[in-house]
Structures are given as structure tokens and as C-alpha cells.
Design a protein around this ligand. Structure first.
Ligand SMILES: [Zn+2]
Length: 180
């Protein structure tokens, strides 16, 4: 894990959250309001996640710092309230190589036993495209993640499936990778 720790440090500068920031804060009062006011003040009142493309393009995405974004899930035990929050926090956990968090948020039925045993790529950025909650227990998140392996840039376009178990937590089940 020595090499991993070094790589994680070089991946993460301590500035904006690796996930790019959660643009639609949805923290329920019972789970706390850490970072909510800061988030709300920078994203304004763009309430629906599916903002009009024109409005989205016109407004540069604000940078939200890790302590105001995914840290509350990865380090402070808060529970993501929806699949998109979970997906973003899992991306950040990949960047930080927090395989404990990845395992905790992975359906035990599909979580690989050797998670974290191989060196991961260098993650460059995340773009969440859609988030659909089908019912109380099922949701999908479509995203594009960019990464580098041996100096070459790649992109991963995936539709991930999530389920919410009896304990109320969302977990990643599996994903379908798209070629486009
Ligand atoms: Zn984040």
C-alpha cells in the first residue's frame, strides 16, 4: 500500500473535490448540513439536476472543496441520500484510493474480492450525465470518467446501477460500459 498512498497524494492536491462537486445539494435535515450553505451559495438556485443545456454551458462549474463535498461520506460516516451522491463519493474514493469506502458502498454480491489489489489509473475527472431513481430501491447514474494509463488518456462511459438495501444505504451493484 506504500505505492498507493504516494499515488493518491499526487492525485489529490487538496483543492476542488475530485468528483467535481455535487451541483444539486440534497442533504436531508436529519443527516446534517455540513457544507450545505457553501454549496448553495456557489450554485445559486439551479434546483433541478437536469438544468437546461444552455444554462449549464453558460455557467462555469463552481469548484467545491473536498471538505465541503465528499469528505462527509468518506471520512465522517454520513450516508449519501441518493445514488448520485454515492456515485460521486465513490469516484472520489477511487481517486483517494479509499478501498474501505468502496467496499462498504458496494453490493456484497458483486464486490470483487481483490478490490484495490492492482494499481489503479490516474483519474482526471468526472462528469455525471443523468441520475434516475426508478423507485425507492433502484437507481441508475450515467457518467463519463476520464483517466490516464501509462500517459495515455481514456474515458469510461458507464451506466451504473445502484440499490438501496433494508439499512437505507445506497450501494453500487454493477455497470454497463458504453463505447460511445
Ligand atoms: Zn465530491
Amino acid at each position: 500500500m506504500k505505492a498507493g498512498a504516494t499515488k493518491a497524494a499526487s492525485n489529490f492536491t487538496g483543492g476542488a473535490c475530485p468528483c467535481g462537486g455535487y451541483a444539486a445539494p440534497d442533504v436531508s435535515p436529519s443527516t446534517g448540513t455540513v457544507g450545505r450553505s457553501a454549496v448553495a451559495s456557489v450554485v445559486g438556485s439551479v434546483a433541478p439536476p437536469r438544468a437546461a443545456p444552455a444554462a449549464k454551458a453558460a455557467r462555469p462549474k463552481p469548484a467545491i472543496a473536498y471538505p465541503d463535498c465528499c469528505r462527509r461520506f468518506i471520512e465522517e460516516g454520513q450516508i449519501p441520500t441518493n445514488a448520485e451522491q454515492l456515485m460521486r463519493s465513490r469516484y472520489t474514493a477511487y481517486v483517494l484510493e479509499r478501498f474501505d469506502y468502496l467496499r462498504d458502498t458496494w453490493d456484497p454480491a458483486t464486490c470483487p474480492a481483490d478490490l484495490g489489489s492492482e494499481a489503479g489509473p490516474q483519474w482526471l475527472g468526472l462528469e455525471v450525465r443523468t441520475h434516475h431513481q426508478d423507485d425507492a430501491r433502484h437507481a441508475t447514474v450515467e457518467f463519463v470518467a476520464r483517466y490516464k494509463v501509462n500517459g495515455r488518456a481514456h474515458r469510461l462511459h458507464e451506466v451504473s446501477r445502484f440499490t438501496r438495501a433494508d439499512d437505507g444505504r445506497w450501494r453500487y451493484v454493477a455497470g454497463t460500459v458504453s463505447d460511445s
